[in-house]
Design a protein around this ligand. Structure first.
Ligand SMILES: [Zn+2]
Ligand SMILES: [Zn+2]
Ligand SMILES: [Zn+2]
Length: 160
């Protein structure tokens, strides 16, 4: 099964993306009996502030309200929860986090990373995933997870 997620148009209504993401997260967590606490919700909303992955430090900065600072372990724990629930992906090469726009569906773990705008889109190619798994198996490699990060320029940036 092939499911491709394109880069959003530059002029799209991002508020709708955020609303969608938060609604989906609430529904998924309720269904699974997982607790989307106010803090976890806040971290998810910050991650969703754009389609560009955001680092843990930047998340922490945005949570900084007046003199009350959020502690780094708190943010990491919230991120771990969100990753576990499939609501957020960690983009290894950028050491940053991206909101998933189709949590709850199976993933093949391929990401397109734009060097110009920094946005990331998911490319879900099950065939590619299976092919990599078979090749690894043939080499006697016990595969635990796979992430493919493809770096280049998105259609929006190529057009401008
Ligand atoms: Zn958006
Ligand atoms: Zn995803
Ligand atoms: Zn771009």
């Amino acid at each position: 099964m092939k499911q491709e997620t394109a880069f959003p148009a530059q002029s799209h209504d991002h508020g709708a993306c955020v609303d969608d993401a938060m609604e989906t997260a609430e529904a998924l967590c309720a269904e699974r009996g997982a607790r989307l606490t106010p803090l976890r919700r806040e971290v998810l909303e910050i991650v969703w502030s754009s389609h560009r992955p955001i680092g843990a430090y930047d998340i922490l900065q945005r949570m900084d309200r007046g003199s009350r600072k959020a502690a780094p372990p708190t943010v990491y724990r919230a991120l771990d929860f969100l990753i576990e629930q499939g609501l957020v992906h960690r983009i290894e090469s950028m050491n940053a986090y991206l909101g998933c726009n189709h949590p709850g569906r199976s993933h093949s773990g391929q990401f397109l990373i734009c060097r110009e705008c920094g946005e990331v889109a998911e490319l879900d190619d099950q065939e590619l995933r299976d092919s990599l798994r078979r090749k690894a198996e043939r080499l006697g490699f016990e595969l635990q997870s796979q992430t493919v990060e493809l770096v280049g320029f998105c259609a929006n940036c190529r057009g401008s």
